[in-house]
Design a binder for this molecule. Structure first.
Ligand code: GLY
Length: 350
């Protein structure tokens, strides 16, 4: 089993990774709290038939008093309205402040369940068990939990660190190619901002099939990069913004399409290419980065292309949460593996 310790003082926790660990998740969760405590497993309608049985059996075998609930799979479940359903599940299962919530699913379940755990009874322990590549390398680590409001995504949220993150690479085998590609955009992002060697290993592997044998190492390398960033800037006031490489334009593109036509990963891939092309023209990024990123993304099913009208998309950047007092920090690369934060005004994108 590979373990990483996220060092955040009294909020420190382990990220553990092993093939098949979902069948032993109880062995990770039980020692985190009092014997016999209640555990509520929140999942979705896609994940429940695949993995819920294994998780519940293991938690029961470890002595926890387990109940569970599944929400409809998909982005709309992350709406604020779903919180009432989740709180009502918690209430019906009699959760108290010394119990634990387990989020078994992708980013929607992790973010929503984490926010419900952060707020129910003024805060319950929770453990993230991410089942998508995107959640394993990004959303399950670092303690950002949130729900969407009618005015935008992730607008009601908290920093609420999990007590553990349990990563089972085996669950990735059942992901569709589309979901796998979605997560690969974030994996490639880590290579771009912090690890040229990772970028090159991905390029050498060149396909989902060839990466399969190394996916544990790749996921844990991404988690480790995020760990270092989060330890230095838990509250996202500085360095954590590096994790947003490709996301400024990517978010604007997702918003332009009302979060319907393009996946998060596909939008981030376009965003990474776009910002590198602009920065290369301005001499702020080494020539050739946009091309290298596009070539690697293409190998993992991400086109880096979109037909949306550029001027209309950049109009949405004004609404980005990171846009403070008219100044917008963007994340650029000196070169592959070396990201930096660059303060801009609105003119950067033109
Ligand atoms: N997903 C970006 C962050 O956790 O800060």
């Amino acid at each position: 089993m590979k373990t990483l310790r996220v060092g955040l003082g009294e909020r420190s926790y382990d990220i553990v990774c092993e093939r098949g660990i979902l069948s032993r998740v109880g062995e990770v969760v039980a020692p985190l709290g009092r014997a016999g405590r209640k555990a509520f497993v929140l999942t979705d309608s896609n994940v429940a038939p695949l993995w819920l049985g294994k998780a519940v059996a293991s938690l029961k075998a470890a002595g926890l008093d387990v109940s569970s609930g599944a929400l409809p799979a998909g982005e709309p479940t992350k709406r604020f309205d779903s919180l009432m359903t989740v709180y009502s599940m918690f209430a019906q299962s009699g959760l108290t402040r010394s119990d634990v919530v387990i989020t078994l699913g992708g980013g929607v379940i992790g973010d929503l369940g984490g926010f419900a755990a952060a707020t129910y009874l003024r805060g319950l322990d929770f453990v993230q068990v991410p089942t998508t590549l995107l959640a394993q390398v990004d959303s399950a680590v670092g303690g950002k939990v949130a729900v969407d409001l009618p005015w935008g995504k992730n607008l009601a949220g908290a920093f609420w660190q999990p007590k553990a993150v349990v990563v089972d690479p085996e669950v990735l085998d059942t992901l569709s190619d589309e979901y796998f590609s979605d997560g690969m955009a974030e994996v490639i992002k880590y290579g771009c901002i912090r690890d040229k060697g990772l970028f090159e290993r991905l390029d050498e592997a060149g396909s989902r099939e060839k990466l399969r044998a190394h996916i544990d190492d790749v996921v844990m390398r991404c988690c480790d990069i995020k760990r270092v960033v989060v330890e230095r800037d838990e509250r996202d006031t500085g360095e954590r913004m590096l994790l947003n490489f490709g996301h400024t334009y990517g978010h604007a593109l997702e918003k332009f399409y009302d979060y319907k036509k393009i996946s998060h990963g596909a939008a981030v891939a376009v965003g990474m290419r776009t910002i590198c092309e602009i920065a290369e023209r301005k001499g702020l990024t080494a020539a050739g980065c946009a091309e290298k990123i596009t070539s690697l993304c293409n190998k993992f099913g991400l086109s880096c292309k979109d037909d949306a009208p550029y001027r209309e998309v950049i109009g949405a950047i004004k609404g980005d949460k990171k846009n403070l007092n008219g100044a917008l920090n963007v994340v650029l690369l000196h070169d592959i593996g070396d990201g930096y934060i660059y303060p801009t005004d609105g003119g950067f994108w033109l």
